[in-house]
Design a protein around this ligand. Structure first.
Ligand code: G4P
Length: 528
């Protein structure tokens, strides 16, 4: 087995998805603790506190400075290398979240046991489904009164439409929480609040028949547990590795992240069963992780993260081969060969220069405005990875200059910011307007600030009568031309040069789609 093959096989690259407040940050912190990546609880939390103050731009800037260090968290655990990719917490940056999900091999879904399946979880799950991403589920906050476990599984199955396979099962809840039963290992893990559990100091009973267990949790509770387990095992699905890997079943764990309870069984199971890097599609062929040639794609760009350096970093997910410091790569879109000597990785709070990286790893490339989201880098063959989406914006503004002589700078700024995915940028066919599109309203503040700060352009954004956008495609060139002529008023060109329909109302969009059945109106565009 080559070095690349064995290193790729031990990588586990994933992201945590959840509705805000379900416990993503807390769980991240516990996973890092188990992985030895941080020594003390609290360090991830304080970053999050900075992130909450988004109304103040300086805080936002600061947050960007900090969040890059936690963008990718790598730690070793049980002979594996775990890469946890952070997803931005603020809903306005959810487009970024979606792109991060294209760079992982699996996901971990956190659900609050009192709230059940919430709105953002549903959306994120839909994104995971686009690529059949395998998902494990952690039902959190067991130390509080929540809904009945069976009811929660039913909700996941009916709302998220994915069969559940419980791996652990709670013994009581809230003030009556006694522990969890590990169904796969036939173990009972006792809940002892206030203790920072690690494998060594948690109390584990083997099987339900140990008389000491009855002494510990009480005969009545044990009796109820036996009955409940019989019911659960009859009504739920047994774990099926293939179904999980195909995204058709989710193994479910119960616990309390803040009490460090139920987290270790999750992590042990995760490193054992979660997929290592999988083959990835390009426009010409499928790339396997154990190929010798390095390849990867950029899924995120963060600019000016460090006010001292004013740099931009492009995050490249390695898909095959091995990266070595100083090696040459081809930037496929531009056709240029570049030597990458100083790629970054982001362990804990330090930026480090990486020596080597393998499939599943993420490296940060210094970027001076030439790299765009979706770009492929390889050590040779001109490949282009597919599947990194641009989402149709739901909010639109017309950019207006305060100083009309700055038009060139404005256009350049908007073009670059849209390359990064900070905003989307449209030029109507019939006017000289510059229209910005965003998925969340905070994006406009960021764009205005950065235009001023980085391009010295003062701009104002005004409302414009557009409600949504659709990328227009048609195999029949004649039909497309006819459509273009008849609808020129509502058509624009995006930053990548593609034709887009800017709908003035939803009813208008509906009618136009009905009127032009041979035209495809796509709500996402893949980065070219
Ligand atoms: P998020 O990243 O998904 O938004 O959630 P986060 O981890 O920040 O958790 C949201 C809140 O839920 C936090 O409380 C956190 O302490 C709490 N929490 C997380 N896991 C558990 C758990 O297992 N049990 C209970 N009871 N609470 C949990 P907060 O009041 O917002 O913050 P803090 O003051 O506790 O830091």
């Amino acid at each position: 087995m080559t070095d690349t093959t064995s290193e790729a096989r031990r990588r586990r690259t994933f992201a945590i998805i959840s509705h805000p407040d379900a416990g993503k940050t807390t769980l991240t912190e516990k996973l890092l603790l188990f992985g030895g990546a941080i020594q003390m609880a609290g360090s991830v939390k304080s970053r999050k506190a900075a992130r909450h103050a988004t109304s103040d731009w300086m805080a936002l800037e600061k947050e960007r400075g900090i969040s890059v260090t936690s963008s990718v968290m790598q730690f070793p655990y049980a002979e594996r290398i775990v890469n946890l990719l952070d997803t931005p917490g603020h809903a306005d940056f959810s487009e970024d979240t979606y792109r991060v999900l294209t760079a992982v091999d699996s996901a971990l879904m956190v659900i609050d046991c009192a709230k059940g399946v919430e709105e953002r979880t549903i959306k994120l799950m839909d994104v995971c489904r686009l690529r059949d991403t395998p998902i494990m589920t952690f039902i959190n906050k067991l130390d509080r009164e929540g809904r009945a476990p069976i009811e929660l599984l039913d909700e996941v199955e009916s709302v998220l439409k994915i069969p559940c396979a419980p791996i652990t099962w709670p013994i009581g809840m809230g003030s009556r929480l006694k522990g969890v039963c590990h169904l796969a290992l036939d173990e009972v893990h006792i809940y002892e609040p206030g203790r920072n559990f690690t494998r060594q100091d948690s109390t584990i009973f083997k099987g339900l028949d140990d008389p000491a267990l009855a002494d510990r949790i009480g005969f009545e509770v044990l009796g109820e547990l036996r009955e409940e387990l019989e019911l659960v095992q009859g009504a739920s699905h047994p774990f099926d590795l293939d179904a999980y890997l195909a995204g058709r079943q989710t193994p479910v764990f119960f616990g309390s992240a803040v009490n460090n309870f139920g987290v270790q069984p999750l992590l042990d199971f995760f490193v054992e069963h979660a997929p290592s890097p999988r083959p990835r599609a390009t426009t010409t062929r499928t790339v396997k992780p154990d190929e010798e040639m390095l390849s990867g794609f950029v899924f995120k760009i963060q600019a000016n993260m460090d006010p001292m350096h004013r740099d931009r970093v492009a995050f490249l997910r390695v898909c095959s081969g091995r990266y070595d410091a100083g090696m040459k790569m081809q930037h496929v879109r531009t056709g240029k060969e570049v030597r990458i000597a100083n790629a970054l990785t982001f362990m804990a709070s330090d930026r480090e220069i990486v020596g080597t990286a393998y499939p599943g790893d993420v490296i940060g490339l210094h970027n001076h405005g030439t790299i765009s989201i979706g770009d492929t880098f390889t050590a040779g063959e001109a490949l282009s990875f597919t599947g990194i989406p641009n989402f149709a914006p739901e909010l639109f503004r017309r950019a207006r200059l305060k100083d009309p002589l700055k038009m060139k700078a404005l256009q350049k700024g908007l073009a670059q910011l849209s390359e990064e995915g900070a905003t989307q940028f449209f030029r109507p066919l019939m006017s000289n307007d510059l229209i910005l599109g965003a998925v969340g309203v905070l994006q406009f503040d960021v764009v205005a600030y950065r235009l001023k700060d980085e391009y010295s352009v003062e701009s104002a954004f005004e409302n414009v009568g557009v409600v949504t956008a659709r990328w227009v495609r048609c195999n029949d060139a004649k039909k497309l031309e006819e459509f273009r002529e008849k609808n020129a008023m509502n058509l624009a060109i995006d930053a990548a040069g593609e034709l887009v329909y800017l709908a003035p109302t939803r009813v208008n969009l509906q009618l136009t789609m009905e009127r032009w059945p041979t035209i495809t109106f796509a709500a996402t565009r893949e980065h070219a």
